[in-house]
Design a protein around this ligand. Structure first.
Ligand SMILES: NC(=O)C1=CN([C@@H]2O[C@H](COP(=O)(O)OP(=O)(O)OC[C@H]3O[C@@H](n4cnc5c(N)ncnc54)[C@H](OP(=O)(O)O)[C@@H]3O)[C@@H](O)[C@H]2O)C=CC1
Ligand SMILES: CC(=O)[C@@H](O)[C@H](O)COP(=O)(O)O
Ligand SMILES: [Mn+2]
Length: 396
């Protein structure tokens, strides 16, 4: 039996994970479920999955969680606070940790799972964007495994040679790998001009053409920042230099990414756009299990289209490449600024096109510094957020 901690259980990835787990009660058991503030959703999941531990990150909500669980007849341990989420990730209640908390908020628990030698299923891309070298070091020291859940990186993992296991100092060149090709849907506004993006609303930005996801990643997909974060994520996971990572827009989102080899072969992973495939693959790897995803009918979804990304209209992808090439903690600064800008956009306090402006301004204000340790990285994250808020205030 594989005991699984689902960090961010009440979210989109959390829900898909629990769907797959429930299909295989002989293999997987959800022993830890965590949420931020959504007590009602967490209680409903606890009723269904009967974990050993339920954690609510907002400590002020512990009493309500405990009361509701009692009323629902659920007898499990209850804890609260960010430290409790982090402790749960490293606890002996789980063998596998699904890191599905959104944003930099997921960093501490992701690192804790890595240090504890867990099988770490990484969806929380912001943590590897922020702290790539530190996370990989924690995985190597912990002796666990890092399996990518992000659909593109799971696709790359499936297409790469076995010696390119993420985090194990993969040897792309030795494996004959020439380049990684990340596919992108192009987002809900593909083909539009900047003028047509002047009045975009949060609801419009969250309507992804192919995937059902949380609000933050949906906005990131719309600005192409998601693809930028994924370029940085691929760099750290597979040791690929920026120049060996290409992005191609593929509006159908059926090819989830590709690996090109020296001999000209290109291996691709395809499937219906449903995160349960990547999650099931990561949970059961190296075996395969049923995920509840419909068979792919290519004749029904042809043709497959490809086009270059529009770097002028959607500037965030170029900014992410810039941060990756600058190195050091520039990706962490980019991520922090983006989280503040997206939060402001979702609150109706920043125009859609200004997200890139805020990120660009913060990168210009905070030249990269070396990544030394988690504490100094979190301090830089804080400084970048403060700079983004100040720039936002001056812009309004
Ligand atoms: N959704 C998708 O298809 C994909 C997502 N990802 C990545 O996976 C991660 C999760 O995405 P997604 O599921 O869409 O996000 P959602 O917004 O749907 O869910 C986020 C989860 O994190 C919890 N959470 C939010 N803030 C905190 C916090 N400060 N401390 C603890 N828990 C917190 C939320 O709890 P609560 O419900 O209480 O707010 C919720 O359970 C992201 O990093 C995303 O980039 C990657 C590929 C695909
Ligand atoms: C499902 C997943 O992995 C998301 O990251 C998705 O790929 C976002 O789509 P685009 O960023 O390609 O629009
Ligand atoms: Mn992705």
């Amino acid at each position: 039996m594989n005991n699984v901690a689902v960090l961010g259980a009440t979210g989109s990835i959390g829900g898909s994970t629990l769907d797959v787990i429930a299909r295989h009660p002989d293999r997987f058991r959800a022993t830890v479920l965590t949420a931020h503030r959504n007590v009602e959703a967490l209680v409903a999941l606890c009723v269904q999955h009967r974990p050993q531990l339920a954690v609510i990150a907002d400590a002020a909500m512990q009493a309500e969680l405990a009361r509701r669980l009692r009323a629902a007849g659920v007898h499990c341990e209850v804890a609260s606070g960010h430290a409790a989420v982090t402790a749960a990730a490293a606890s002996n209640l789980c063998d596998t940790v699904v890191a599905a908390i959104v944003g930099a908020a997921g960093l501490a628990s992701t690192l804790a799972a890595a240090r504890a030698g867990k099988r770490l299923l990484l969806a929380n891309k912001e943590s590897i964007v922020m702290a790539g070298p530190l996370l990989l070091d924690a995985v190597n020291r912990g002796g666990g495994a890092l399996i990518p859940v992000d659909s593109e990186h799971n696709a790359l993992f499936q297409c790469l040679p076995p010696q390119c296991l993420p985090g194990q100092q993969p040897a792309l060149r030795k494996g004959g790998v020439r380049r990684l090709i990340l596919t992108a849907s192009g987002g809900p506004f593909r083909g539009r001009t900047r003028a047509q993006l002047a009045d975009i609303t949060p609801e419009q930005a969250c309507k992804h053409p192919n995937w059902v996801m949380g609000r933050k990643i949906s906005v990131d997909s719309a600005t192409l920042m998601n693809k930028g974060l994924e370029v940085i994520e691929a760099h750290h996971l597979f040791g690929a230099p920026a120049d060996a990572i290409d992005v191609v827009v593929h509006p159908q989102s059926l090819i989830h990414s590709m690996v090109e080899y020296d001999d000209g072969s290109v291996l691709a992973q395809l499937g219906n756009p449903d995160m349960r495939t990547a999650i099931a693959h990561a949970l059961a790897w190296p075996e395969r299990v049923e995920a509840g995803v419909a068979p792919l009918d290519l004749t029904a979804c042809a043709p497959l289209q490809f086009e270059p990304p529009d770097l002028l209209t959607f500037r965030c992808l170029a900014l992410a490449f810039q941060a990756l090439r600058e190195g050091g903690d520039a990706p962490a600064v980019l991520n922090a600024a983006n989280e503040i800008a997206v939060e402001a956009f979702l609150a109706g306090a920043l125009p859609f096109l200004s997200i890139a402006d805020v990120v660009e301004a913060v990168l210009a204000e905070l030249p990269a510094q070396a990544v030394v340790d988690v504490e100094s990285l979190c301090e830089r994250d804080r400084v970048a957020r403060e700079a983004a808020r100040r720039i936002l205030r001056n812009a309004c």
